[in-house]
Design a protein around this ligand. Structure first.
Ligand SMILES: [Mg+2]
Length: 227
């Protein structure tokens, strides 16, 4: 039995700035400023809570103010994302949809999400590439601020969902950043790094993933090495 936990942005798809635009719109209107700065904000592999917190701070809030404003800011972001979203904003990455659909046919494989996206935007994005119904649960950016908290939560939700207790290398995390690789180290998970996001394979290899792939298009290799 294996639990495969897929990251979304840079792994299954790219959303071509949809998240940034929604953050810009919602947070600038919330803070009463025309254009917020996103300068220096690191988006890759981090949770929406962390990103929004950093944006609030970068635009003049103190730590305390940003903490207090975070729940409302998250709600405003989700509303802005949902209202503006059109399916053509997202593009599936090479091989991702085919791979997920193929893996879904394996009885001993459980698919789920592990992403910094909040649950609502996570499912809007994967639904837009035709993968609605393939990920019955997940661990999301609204669950915890720290990505390193998400693997255990996903494992707990898997136990609730299908009664199986997944351990160590039976847990597979597939993602495109160092954060995806590092978040599962404490549980000794099997990690698959794909260099379809901003990180190149040389950047990812230093974090010691179990496997490094250029993208998800080599289905045979993925199944041989992971499944
Ligand atoms: Mg990613």
């Amino acid at each position: 039995m294996k639990l495969l936990l897929f990251d979304i942005d840079g792994t299954l798809l790219v959303s071509n700035g949809a998240g940034r635009r929604a953050m810009n719109k919602s947070l600038s209107s919330m803070m009463g400023i025309d254009t917020i700065t996103l300068k220096g904000i690191d988006f890759g592999g981090r949770t929406d809570q962390q990103i929004i917190f950093d944006i609030l701070m970068a635009n003049g809030m103190s730590t305390e103010e940003a903490k207090d404003a975070l729940p409302d800011a998250l709600d405003a972001y989700i509303a802005a994302f949902t209202n503006a979203f059109e399916p053509h904003f997202v593009t599936a990455l090479e091989g991702a949809v085919e791979l997920v659909k193929t893996l879904a046919d394996y009885e001993h494989i459980q698919l789920a999400l592990l992403t910094g996206n909040v649950e609502k935007t996570a499912y809007i994005k994967v639904d837009a590439i035709g993968l609605n119904g393939y990920f019955p649960f997940g661990a999301f950016g609204n669950d915890f601020s720290e990505r390193s908290m998400l693997p255990q939560l996903a494992v707990d939700r898997a136990l609730e969902f299908n009664g199986h207790s997944y351990k160590e290398k039976d847990i597979v995390i597939i993602g495109d950043t160092k954060h995806d690789i590092l978040c599962g180290k404490a549980l000794n998970v099997f990690s698959v790094a794909v260099s379809t996001g901003h990180y190149k394979s040389g950047d990812l290899s230093q974090y010691d993933p179990d496997i490094l792939m250029d993208d998800l298009s080599n289905m045979d290799k993925f199944i041989e090495l992971v499944v």
